[in-house]
Design a protein around this ligand. Structure first.
Ligand SMILES: CC(=O)N[C@H]1[C@@H](OP(=O)(O)OP(=O)(O)OC[C@H]2O[C@@H](n3ccc(=O)[nH]c3=O)[C@H](O)[C@@H]2O)O[C@H](CO)[C@@H](O)[C@@H]1O[C@H](C)C(=O)N[C@@H](C)C(=O)N[C@H](CCC(=O)O)C(=O)O
Ligand SMILES: Nc1ncnc2c1ncn2[C@@H]1O[C@H](COP(=O)(O)OP(=O)(O)OP(=O)(O)O)[C@@H](O)[C@H]1O
Length: 501
């Protein structure tokens, strides 16, 4: 695309335009991905500053540099075009949308946000939409799906440039609807700016990511931005509406503020979409879903009350989009697994092993309280808290795990630049607090593999070993190295070793 078509060049302060007819061959915000003729966005990040990589981008052939640092007042490379903007991320969102010709204008876009259950709700919703007969793209924490192509993503919500490129490839493959998982970081950092959302759902809201948001108010208002984006969507090709969890006090606040049709889901019968006659099993759930458009009996392959909530969130999105109840039930029933969420590891052992992505007190509470209720044996939980993430949440996680477990083994979960021992001690504070009320054994084993092995050696017939926090992740991040680690693979390997010894 021609530079002049991408930018209204009169808008910008400092600029050095070599040729406004220049053809931009691609966009990149990481210098390592720059190719000849590219436009490079120099983003001031949290770990480092993209401005430091401008030289690298130029060496790789960048033709245009978009930057914000006012210190760069007289760029040394006169043969490049330089454009100084106030906020590079915001500009990147606008320019990427323009470069890819606003793909979200040509498709139906569903946004899913909330503290927990986003990924699971996305999987349910995508399956429903596909079972209704139309291909549907997906961008979530564990993967991005564009037709037959599946990619692993680094972030839940990728940078604006990556999202626009991904939606464009969907359109190019004839896919005209997509489900997008939207994190609070994605909203606060403008990663989703420039998208036209037709409908949005908020699964639930409890304080999370406070190391980044600093206050619940900021977290809440970031999440609300998704609703505002549906309101501001001028596309109007599809009915616009908002779905919230009617059983969640924080979500309910949004109902009164929303200017769009807003519907609720939950377990209580006053919700627009609710469940009744729920029968919980350790490997499935049976229930009747009631909606204003009829009732459906559904058998979910996923167990637990949280799975019911996620299925209801997806049902509400689908029903108010105009999909028949029968198709909704079919899509829910076709969702056999969500990667890293409640994955059972079975090597023929006489205790149950579950790998799950529960990584905050709310997720741990939902899953562990369910396990405690369903299982007669001991509950042995292996968990850790992320380094460089909100320190206050660690004792809360420890306390929650201790409340529902007979044995807690505290281990590492991406220590990053923090001392893993200190992180584990923070979690132990919560465990110790709970110990005053309930009997629970606990220990710290920092090596995650060793912690899992210890859990297995303590487990007896009928017990459950719950491996929490890493779900589908395939790595463990330390200050100086990233090692391969996947809870499912390690558990299976250790269980097989036990069988052969
Ligand atoms: C805190 C945060 O959001 N960090 C994200 C952010 O990184 P950053 O701004 O710190 O970037 P940086 O590493 O300082 O680098 C600055 C710039 O220099 C560039 N660079 C760097 C090196 C180089 O050689 N050349 C170069 O050009 C980088 O590409 C970047 O543009 O931008 C990166 C590029 O998109 C993200 O991958 C990175 O996510 C990291 C991995 C992360 O852990 N993010 C978490 C906190 C996050 O965003 N999580 C949410 C929610 C998850 C949930 O709900 O649980 C998510 O949406 O994933
Ligand atoms: N509705 C829910 N309420 C409470 N906990 C939930 C809910 N859904 C899932 N969980 C718990 O949270 C974990 C993560 O679920 P899921 O990935 O669907 O949420 P998420 O919001 O996408 O999280 P992330 O953005 O961090 O990937 C699950 O493994 C489960 O333990």
């Amino acid at each position: 695309m021609i530079l002049k078509k991408l930018f209204n060049l009169n808008e910008y302060g400092y600029k050095n335009i070599v040729d406004d007819q220049l053809k931009i061959s691609g966009l990149a915000f990481d210098s390592r991905l720059v190719r000849p003729g590219y436009l490079f966005f120099a983003i001031p990040g949290i770990n480092t500053d993209g401005h430091l990589y401008i030289e690298d981008a130029i060496k790789r052939g960048a033709a245009v540099i978009v930057y914000s640092d006012p210190e760069i007042s007289f760029p040394p490379h006169r043969e490049q075009t330089w454009i100084r903007v106030v906020d590079v991320r915001k500009t990147m969102a606008q320019i990427s949308a323009q470069f890819y010709d606003h793909p979200s204008r040509e498709m139906r876009l569903f946004g899913v946000t909330g503290t927990n259950g986003k990924t699971s709700t996305c999987f349910f919703l995508r399956n429903i939409l596909e079972d209704d007969g139309h291909a549907c793209g997906l961008m979530t924490t564990p993967k991005n799906i564009i037709g037959p192509d599946v990619y692993e993503a680094i972030n839940t919500t990728e940078e604006s440039l990556q999202i626009q490129a991904c939606l464009k490839s969907m359109l190019n493959k004839g896919i005209r609807q997509a489900v997008l998982e939207v994190s609070s970081h994605g909203l606060a950092l403008g990663r989703v700016d420039g998208l036209f959302f037709d409908a949005a759902v908020i699964t639930n809201l409890v304080a999370e990511h406070l190391e980044f948001h600093k206050s619940f108010e900021h977290y809440f208002s970031s999440k609300k931005k998704l609703i505002e984006m549906v309101e501001q969507n001028t596309k109007k090709s599809y009915p616009r509406f908002v779905i919230v969890n009617g059983d969640d006090e924080n979500c309910r606040k949004i109902i009164t503020e929303s200017h769009l049709p807003t519907f609720t889901f939950g377990l209580r019968p006053e919700n627009d979409v609710f469940a009744e006659d729920i029968e919980y099993f350790v490997d499935r759930t049976e229930m009747k879903i009631k909606t204003p458009k009829g009732n459906e009996s559904v058998q979910l392959s996923l167990p637990g009350q949280h799975a019911v909530y996620n299925a209801l969130a997806a049902t509400a999105m689908a029903i108010f989009s105009g999909i028949e109840g029968e198709k909704v039930a079919q899509g829910l029933e076709h969702t056999h697994r969500v990667p890293g969420r409640w994955e059972v590891v079975n090597a023929g052992q006489d205790f149950m092993v579950i790998v799950d992505f529960a990584h905050n007190w709310h997720g741990l509470d939902s899953t562990l309280s369910f396990i405690k209720k369903m299982v007669r044996g001991k509950v042995i939980t292996v968990f850790g808290c992320g380094g460089e993430r909100d320190r206050n949440k660690r004792p809360m996680m420890g306390e929650t795990v201790a409340r529902w477990s007979d044995i807690c083994i505290i281990t590492s979960d991406n220590p990053r630049h923090e001392d893993p021992r200190q992180t584990a001690e923070d979690a132990m504070q919560g465990v110790s607090k709970c110990k005053k009320e309930v009997p629970v054994e606990s220990c710290i084993i920092l090596d995650r593999r060793e912690a899992i092995s210890q859990a297995f050696s303590l487990a007896q017939a009928g017990d459950v070993v719950f491996l929490a926090g890493k779900g589908p992740e395939r790595y463990q991040v330390y200050h100086d190295r990233i090692i391969c680690h996947n809870d499912y693979d390690v558990a299976l390997e250790l269980l097989k070793e036990r069988n052969s010894s």
